[in-house]
Design a protein around this ligand. Sequence first.
Ligand code: SAM
Ligand code: SF4
Length: 337
Amino acid sequence: METDNQNRGPALVDGMGRTIVNLRISVTDRCNFRCTYCMPADNVEFMDRVNLLSFEEITRIATIVSKMGINRLRLTGGEPLMRRDLPVLVNMLSSIDGINDVAMTTNAFFLKDCAKTLRDAGLKRLNVSLDALDPEKFRDVNRRDCLDQVLEGLKEASRAGYESIKINAVAMRNFSETEIMSLIQMGRSDGFEIRFIEFMPLDSDRIWERDKVLFGHEIVDLIREKYELVPIDNSLDIGPASEYRFADGKGKIGIITAVSNPFCDHCNRIRMTADGKLRTCLFSTRETNLKDLLRAGASDEDVATAIRDAVRIKEPGHKINLDDFERPVRAMHAIGG
Ligand code: SAM
Ligand code: SF4
């Protein structure tokens, strides 16, 4: 049986031979934004707080999976910075033996006041979601008028010494085209990799249609009208993004073709929702209830077995492009992107 580097126990391998090394942990389904591609404008039904995993419960699960070879964690949500005392959790997670990377995806609204504290607590990398640098377009897509505050958060994060800061922009037709160049120029001058993520059918409003996705190859073509791009060979460290560097040596970009050319064959991640459900795919229609197991007094071994059983039948891939595609009931903010 395959084991991880430190021989801590059998690695977490699914039925297709993919080794899982990455856990995304949603800490809340709440958010102060209402992005059109994610949440409804109003009347959102949030999880009951008693159902949210405590920091101790999250840390226990992270410790269990760290013994199965998971070494990278990413905090997400909802907006993870809506969860009080997040640096405490970051510190607990980054102290786990075997975890060598704790990262976070955030809308950056609250980052100005906590970027340094989070970094000091052990957070290594940040992904900041920013779809538009035009204030009106920002407001249209995020349904909040606060571009300046997000940019201030980003600036503060730059000062705090993170190992990397990437910008995530959802790529939507008839929206993103005008934003691509300004985002890229910011990335090149401030040292952020800009990653364009094809809009996926995970929005609460169910407005997604294939025609609304701005495809990765179209983005690359648009950028190439102005800049020469050189594909980066990532074969040794395969991630969801196809990366390109600018031929003039100034920065790089990433394209996540989640719809047009999914990365499922190389997927090495699983997710845990804020209410403690393990999901083996962003588009899973089944979940494993770890919260109930923990709260019923299960041993670490029982929890590990439940995780292994779930991973064994991890979905081979999502079916967005197939006739039998079924949207998950949860929208993105309740899954944890
Ligand atoms: N609130 C945080 C944020 O926005 O960064 C973290 C949670 S958010 C759900 C995580 C990532 O999912 C963000 O980068 C967001 O842009 C992306 N996302 C949300 N809905 C999406 C969709 N329908 N298609 C593609 N990406 C989406
Ligand atoms: Fe909130 Fe992030 Fe969803 Fe936007 S994408 S509504 S910031 S959870």
